[in-house]
Each structure stands twice: as structure tokens, then as C-alpha cells.
Design a binder for this molecule. Structure first.
Ligand code: PMP
Length: 404
């Protein structure tokens, strides 16, 4: 994987004169040269609004957009590309879904289930919908070892539950949730499941047919692709039934002032001009990931995570959250008596980019009983040298902060 670093020019940047060590991939990933080139190529050679045009450029743009949809469909193994809705990102996908599910399924007294490790974007849209509908948001708790309490899930699932929405991988702990088992249990009770794959889609094989989930959401920018683009997957039978969350051009079949009929899938859910440049560029990012291979990426990142946990354990005062659990390239930790922000600041001065704070998962951080954590997260270009530089910089930071 070492040679892949050459594809990411930004890794040569210097920060305060130091070599950049980029360990904030859970927030966003860097883009390889061919993805950046694809953006320029698209604007230079076929920029033209899609679907409506009879002219040459519009036809090329339309074909490229639909080819990208096919690539995404293959990437997560959907039955049909019609089940792929392009959105602005995971947050947008979940907001759209929560609105539509609320309109179709949720009545007063009903329940929606999320887990204790969710990102705000997999809490707040459901909460807003529950408030509108007089429904209740319930939470799958954590066990002592910071994995989800699956026995509690059995008790929480009941005849009032309308949907379960859970993260595949926690963006704070890095833990891989047993989403296949959650789907099985929910389906036994006739309940639909949405998987927030924002932190898994670039790091492991994600197969919607194997998981049998009803919905899935993820963001291109966390997958070496462009910002402002995401995906909502939905099983065809669900997407057929759900009402669209947004109205406008493109999503209609016929419009009159009296009544509008909707377009076929997936266009019913894509109001307005979609990001057809972004989708094309995202397709190139998926090509890049596939060329390296997700099995290879998962293997290397899990080895790197294990190595980083082991190195971190050697640093006095470090507490790693969910230590030893199966993780997908994310580690959160704290150092006794030191605010995570101070560590982040001092690491930055040494060229090491990490994230500190609540990571948009305040309920989880509150449960951990800390003001925040320091989080390192890996991408396919990170290596042991990055980990060593990070640990060295951490030790220096702690020396400055404690004088020891
Ligand atoms: N869910 C999870 C688990 C995430 O990690 C993130 C991004 N940090 C999101 C949702 C939101 O993604 P976006 O900001 O791209 O919409």
C-alpha cells in the first residue's frame, strides 16, 4: 500500500514546516490524482445538464451520471441501479429517509430505534420526525465492553417499532456493529432497518443483499470522492411505497396546478439538478478503491489499527475506548488529567492532524463521562511510519503538558 501514497499529492504538504501526518480520515479522506483529474475532465469535456437535453454534451453527461449510479450499485451489490438515490451526503440521505418513513409509517405512539453510538445525523432527523408524529425515539444501549447490548435490542423491538437505524461503524469508537444480526432480529418482528455506512463503506466490503438491510446511507467524501455527494440505498419495494421528501424538477412525471404525478425510481427522490459532475468523479473514486481491493484495504487498516492500539498502550496515562474490540480504522483515546483539545493543538503544531471533541456524537461522549476524546482514523494511504510519528509527537506533547 506504501506506493499508493504517491497518488495523494496533499500528503506532501508541510504543516508548520513539518511533514503532514493525516489521521483525520473519519472526518474526510484525501483524493487521489485520478479523482482530481476526473473533476477537471468533466468540467472541460462534458459539463451540461443531464436528462433534459437532446444535444451531444447533455447525452454524454447523462450517460456518465447513470454509469456512476451503476458503479455504486455494484459496489454495494444492489439488485438494481434504480435502488440508488444520489443525495448530498449521509446527513441528507437520513433526513430524506426519516421524513419519508415518517409520512408513510409513523403514527402517534410508534417507536424508532437508534443505538447509543450514533452520529448526530443518525439521531436528530429521527428525533425531528418523532416530534412531528408524536412518536418516541428509543436507544439500544452499550454493554460494559462498549459493544451494543443485543439482549436489550430483543426487548426494545416490539409491535410499535417502525424502523431501526444504526451505524455500521462507530465514528467515535471505531467498533463494527453486528448489523447483520440487527437486521435479522428486526425482520423477525417485521421492522425495517437502515444502516449508516458513512464509516464503513470505504473500509470494508459492504453488501446490501448479504446484510439484507432495507436502507443504507453513505458519503462520497469519506470514500476518496468529492464533497457534497452521497447515496441513499433503498430496497425497491420500499422506494416504490415511500413518498418523496422533496419536490421540484426531475422528480415528476406530470405537473398541473391540481395534481402532480411522480417520476419512476430513482428519479422520484432526486428533485432538481443532481450533482452529475460529483457522481462521475465518485465513480472514479470507486474504481480506485476497487483496484486496490476492499479485502486488502480492510486487512491493512485492521493491522494498522491493532499496531496503533499497541503503540498507544505503551504511552503512560493513555486510556483507549473499546480497546481490543474489532475496529475499522478508528481509535479514540484520552490521557489522564489532560484535555483532549490541548493534545490536538500540540499534535497539530508537529504536523499531525487528528480530531478532538465530541465528534458529533454527544450522547456517546456524555456516556463516556468525558469532555471529548482524541480520535485518530486511517485511510488507505496511512502506514506504520505515520503511527510512529504520531506516537512520538504525542509523547512530546505530553512532555510539554505535564513536564514529565
Ligand atoms: N454518520 C457517521 C457515522 C459519520 O461518521 C458521519 C460523518 N462524520 C455522518 C454520519 C455524516 O456524514 P456527512 O457529514 O458526510 O453527511
Amino acid at each position: 500500500m506504501q506506493m499508493k501514497r504517491e497518488d495523494f499529492e496533499i500528503l506532501n504538504e508541510r504543516v508548520y514546516g513539518k511533514e503532514l501526518v493525516y489521521l483525520d480520515n473519519a472526518a474526510t479522506t484525501q483524493k487521489p490524482r485520478e479523482v482530481l483529474d476526473a473533476m477537471t475532465y468533466a468540467y472541460t469535456h462534458f459539463n451540461s445538464n443531464i436528462h433534459r437535453g437532446v444535444h451531444h454534451l447533455s447525452q454524454i453527461a447523462t450517460r456518465n451520471h447513470e454509469e456512476a449510479r451503476q458503479k455504486v450499485a455494484q459496489y454495494i451489490n444492489t439488485e438494481s441501479p434504480d435502488e440508488i438515490v444520489f443525495t448530498k451526503g449521509t446527513t441528507d440521505s437520513i433526513n430524506m429517509l426519516a421524513f419519508s418513513v415518517g409520512e408513510l409509517l409513523v403514527r402517534e405512539g410508534d417507536e424508532v430505534l437508534v443505538s447509543a453510538v450514533e452520529h448526530h445525523s443518525n439521531i436528530v432527523p429521527w428525533q425531528m420526525m418523532c416530534e412531528r408524529k408524536g412518536a418516541r425515539l428509543r436507544v439500544i444501549p452499550l454493554r460494559e465492553d462498549m459493544t451494543l447490548d443485543m439482549e436489550a435490542l430483543d426487548k426494545l423491538l416490539n409491535e410499535k417499532t417502525r424502523i431501526v437505524s444504526v451505524a455500521h461503524v462507530s465514528n467515535v469508537l471505531g467498533t463494527v456493529n453486528p448489523v447483520g444480526e440487527i437486521v435479522r432480529k428486526a425482520h423477525e418482528k417485521g421492522v425495517a432497518v437502515c444502516i449508516d455506512a458513512a464509516q464503513s463503506a470505504a473500509h470494508m466490503r459492504v453488501d446490501v443483499r448479504e446484510l439484507d438491510c432495507d436502507f443504507m446511507a453513505f458519503s462520497a467524501h469519506k470514500m476518496y470522492g468529492p464533497t457534497g455527494l452521497g447515496v441513499l440505498y433503498g430496497k425497491r419495494e420500499w422506494l416504490e411505497k415511500l413518498p418523496p421528501a422533496e419536490g421540484g424538477g426531475e422528480m415528476i412525471e406530470h405537473v398541473s396546478f391540481e395534481k402532480t404525478t411522480y417520476n419512476t425510481l430513482p428519479y422520484k427522490f432526486e428533485a432538481g439538478t443532481p450533482d452529475f459532475i460529483g457522481s462521475y468523479v465518485f465513480g472514479k473514486a470507486l474504481d480506485y478503491i476497487e483496484r486496490i481491493g476492499r479485502a486488502e484495504i480492510e486487512k491493512e487498516e485492521s493491522e494498522l489499527t491493532a499496531y496503533a492500539e499497541q503503540r498507544l498502550k505503551e504511552v503512560p496515562g493513555v486510556k483507549i475506548y473499546a480497546a481490543g474490540q474489532r475496529k475499522a480504522g478508528v481509535i479514540s483515546f484520552n490521557v489522564e488529567g489532560i484535555h483532549p483539545y490541548d493534545i490536538g493543538m500540540l499534535l497539530d503544531r508537529q504536523g499531525v492532524a487528528v480530531r478532538t471533541g465530541h465528534h458529533c456524537a454527544e450522547p456517546l461522549i456524555n456516556e463516556l463521562g468525558v469532555p471529548g476524546t482524541v480520535r485518530i482514523s486511517f485511510g488507505l494511504y496511512n502506514n506504520k511510519e505515520d503511527v510512529d510519528k504520531f506516537v512520538e509527537a504525542l509523547e512530546k506533547s505530553l512532555h510539554i503538558l505535564t513536564g514529565v
